[in-house]
Write a protein that binds this ligand. Structure first.
Ligand code: NDP
Length: 248
């Protein structure tokens, strides 16, 4: 279990949505938090929590941008890097028969390839501590066939597979790797779809716990994983979806 008072966790996509909630929850637990996003802005939260955060501009689809962000981090942060949360992602929809392959590649690069690319840059730093955790943010769509979501489903299935491979390869370096797979959570990614129209009513009925989750629901799980003693739990996908993925 990484020691919060002695470590920094890197969170991608931390400017808003689920990533902002994760950065805030980790800061509240005592970690320093490097907040990566293209805009390089800090989550909107209290000044005391922001004081423990470093904003860094980074495009996770561009290898040189990832390396530059980690170089910049080493200049501003003296604490060891004890964790990484690969959260940044994007959601593009369209019917499989006509979904542009270029859009498919964009989703795969942003949601899946970046998980490997950022983890590779973080790996030597995490391995140095010998007690580190990577949490990837997948989706419960990873085990479903959702109409209009061929790229997103494929990308999140890949996140589960990358999680298992890194967990097995990096366990000997003291690095745990987990995949947290949320169900519906209202954020910028899907707000329009979720607050209006048929999906809103459908979700109230279909989610056993009574409706979509919040970014904080996911953030509290991720922050708790950082405080869990032991390393035996690794490579797993933890679904946090109000039971929707297992309900008929
Ligand atoms: P948002 O759209 O609200 O936030 C996305 C975040 O990622 C922003 O901080 C954005 O910042 C950043 N980002 C996007 N592209 C890049 C990039 N190329 N490089 C760096 N940062 C980037 O999304 P959510 O918070 O909803 O989603 C977060 C994760 O959770 C995603 O992986 C998503 O797939 C997953 N998820 C979301 C669910 C939901 O219902 N919301 C359900 C299941 C999973 P900026 O624009 O400044 O770069």
């Amino acid at each position: 279990m990484p020691d919060p008072s002695k470590g920094c966790v890197v969170v991608t996509g931390a400017s808003r949505g689920i990533g902002a909630a994760i950065a805030t929850a980790l800061s509240a637990k005592g970690f320093r938090v490097a907040c990566l996003s293209r805009s390089g802005t800090l989550p909107e939260t209290g000044a005391a929590l922001q004081a423990r955060m470093f904003p860094l501009a980074c495009d996770i689809t561009a290898p040189e941008s990832i390396r530059a962000a980690f170089r910049a981090l080493s200049e501003v942060c003296s604490e060891p890097i004890v964790g990484l949360v690969n959260n940044a992602g994007l959601h593009l929809q369209g019917k499989s028969a006509s979904f542009p392959v270029s859009d498919y590649e964009r989703v795969m690069t942003t949601n899946a390839t970046s998980v490997l690319a950022v983890s590779q840059v973080a790996y030597p730093l995490l391995a140095t501590t010998g007690d580190a955790l990577i949490v990837n943010i997948g989706s419960f769509f990873d085990k479903l066939g959702v109409k209009g979501n061929v790229a997103y489903c494929a990308s999140k299935a890949a996140v589960g597979a990358i999680t298992r491979c890194l967990a097995v390869e990096w366990a000997a370096d003291g690095i745990q790797v987990l995949n947290v797979a949320p169900g519906y959570v209202e954020t910028d990614l899907n707000r329009e779809e979720m607050t209006q129209g048929p999906l809103h009513a459908f979700l109230q009925k279909r989610i056993p716990t009574g409706g979509p989750g919040t970014a904080d629901d996911v953030a509290q799980l991720v922050a708790t994983l950082f405080l869990l003693p032991g390393r035996f739990l690794t490579g797993e996908t933890l679904y946090i979806d109000g039971g929707q993925g297992m309900a008929l």
